[in-house]
Write a protein that binds this ligand. Structure first.
Ligand code: ADP
Ligand code: MG
Length: 483
């Protein structure tokens, strides 16, 4: 590690860029995550094409480097094309920004302000360096705030999420009932896991008769709290606090992976609560059995209540969600526009919602009705990103190569599994990655009927759920085609 400080080049400008980057990061990751992990970053300078950012502890440094390193680099590059690398290291600059300020020509007070602004107050380095400071968050408020929009009423139910919804409702009405504890919700990003968890929490805390205490928090927060408790030697208090709640909800459990002692603590708390007849609700991006890296007994325990998954949205669900959200926003959005969006933005509900929000904001701001034309205009960038120009031919070629079958077999009548399965995968990917309709896809696969394509899509979806290796294979193909 370099012992000298990097040379300071055009600090004022750099500092302004840094302030912008921090702002963007904060907007991207949200207030809580930003404050937990990123607030203590300090930019110490630029050396050639490398900018250096420091954090006060090794733990924070490692965390930020692995989780945000790439993002930081991209952001720096977009702010300042001469920057190629971002060095993230442990440093005390957050505590003593003054020497830096001296070495630049900008007015000292201004520099100090820019450098100091989001940094924590001056304090001695913690004795047990390696843990984040518990002071950033008061320890007493156990639960994270709930989003007022995330209620059952605001949740649109369709085929892909009806089971998860029904389970959530059931738990909200009768917590701790047999067979529903723990409730494990899983699914991809932006499909409504957090929404359903908040909905349960709202329902339970709003009850007029015998209200229940609910602690909802992300797994990250849980871990953070636990680590902070160890540091301040208050683990007993932490455990007691947790164990005094009626319902414990942990969101995005996948983030506990690899954190052995936090897993251990969660496991004990979890067992204790279940034994006391308390309800647990957990969400993750995968099913319990697929959460590799999570301790075996924890996975087993998690899977022994009710496991409900949120599937990718269908076109019909996307339409219903758009209709509901447009109505709620009080803006008249023509059916054609809704159809267009539901076709184009298929990744997840969050993005769909984002697109609609932008349209609504635009309409309100300019007092112009929403039309297909304004949609194209306002959502230009979003649509471009979703306009994957993958063709069915490319998909067929890649898939045939991958499974070492002949390209002609994509449209042949052969039904041997060695050929039929890859063909189904190709149909599935064609549905996922292009905006072609089922009949159109069918035609490209040797004039097959649209029901054959439909069958292929559901078959592949089903297999992906059951067989991790197969799912990885398909995922890999998808990524290859998308890049
Ligand atoms: P996840 O936690 O699974 O990543 P979220 O629960 O945060 O996803 O959902 C992302 C966004 O999409 C939220 O704004 C949520 O309200 C919205 N959303 C997801 N599913 C639905 C649904 N079925 N009906 C209404 N809104 C939904
Ligand atoms: Mg979530």
């Amino acid at each position: 590690m370099a012992t000298t400080e990097p040379e300071i080049v055009e600090m004022p400008q750099l500092a302004v860029q840094w302030t912008r980057i921090r702002g963007r990061l904060q907007a991207e990751v949200g207030e809580v995550e930003y404050r937990t992990w990123l607030r203590q970053m300090t930019m110490v300078g630029l050396d050639g094409d490398e900018v250096t950012v420091t954090l006060p502890t090794r733990f924070l440094r490692d965390w930020v480097a692995t989780r945000y390193g790439d993002r930081l680099r991209t952001m720096w590059q977009s702010e300042n094309p001469s920057i190629r690398r971002v060095e993230i290291r442990v440093g005390g600059a957050a505590i003593q920004p003054a020497p830096l300020a001296e070495s630049v020509s900008a007015p000292r007070e201004v520099m100090k302000d820019i450098l100091r602004e989001p940094a924590p107050p001056v304090r001695p380095a913690p004795a047990a360096a390696g843990w984040p400071d518990e002071r950033t968050e008061p320890r007493s408020d156990l639960a994270a705030p709930l989003d007022p929009r995330f209620t059952f009423e605001g949740f649109v139910v369709g085929k892909p999420n009806e089971f998860a919804y029904a389970c959530a409702r059931r738990v909200a009405e009768h917590p701790s009932s047999h067979g529903f504890n723990p409730l494990f919700l899983y699914g991809g990003v932006g499909l409504g896991k957090t929404h359903l968890m908040h909905a349960i929490a709202w329902e339970l805390t709003d009850r007029t008769s015998s209200p229940v205490s609910v602690a909802y928090m992300s797994a990250e927060k849980f871990m953070y709290r636990f680590i902070a408790a160890i540091r301040s030697q208050s683990t007993m208090e932490f455990k007691e606090n947790l164990r005094s709640v009626d319902v414990l909800m942990i969101d995005d459990l996948q983030f506990l992976i690899g954190k052995d002692n936090t897993q251990e603590e969660f496991f004990h708390t979890f067992n204790y609560l279940v034994e006391q007849g308390k309800q647990i609700v957990v969400s993750a991006d995968k099913s319990p059995s697929d959460l590799n890296g999570l301790e075996h007994r924890l996975r087993t325990r998690l899977g022994c209540g009710m496991v409900a998954d949120l599937h990718s949205t269908t076109y019909e669900l996307r339409i219903s969600i758009l209709e509901a959200k447009a109505a709620r926003a009080g803006v008249d959005v023509p059916g054609k526009v809704l159809e267009f969006l539901a076709h184009k933005i298929t990744s997840n509900v969050r993005e769909l919602e984002g697109a609609l929000n932008r349209l609504v904001a635009h309409a309100n701001l300019f007092g112009r009705p929403v039309t297909l034309e304004t949609t194209h205009e306002v959502l230009h960038d979003i649509l471009k990103a979703h306009d994957r120009r993958v063709t069915i031919e490319e998909i067929q070629k890649k898939v045939a190569e991958h499974y070492s079958i002949r390209l002609t077999d994509m449209s042949s009548a052969r039904r041997a599994r060695a050929v039929a399965r890859p063909r189904q995968v190709a149909m599935y990917l064609a549905k996922q990655l292009t905006s072609r309709s089922l009949p159109e896809i069918g035609r490209k696969f040797g004039n097959r009927d649209h029901t054959t394509v439909m069958h292929a899509v559901s078959r592949v979806t089903e297999l992906m759920e059951r067989d991790g290796t197969f799912a990885e294979d398909v995922e890999l193909l998808r990524r290859l085609l998308e890049s």
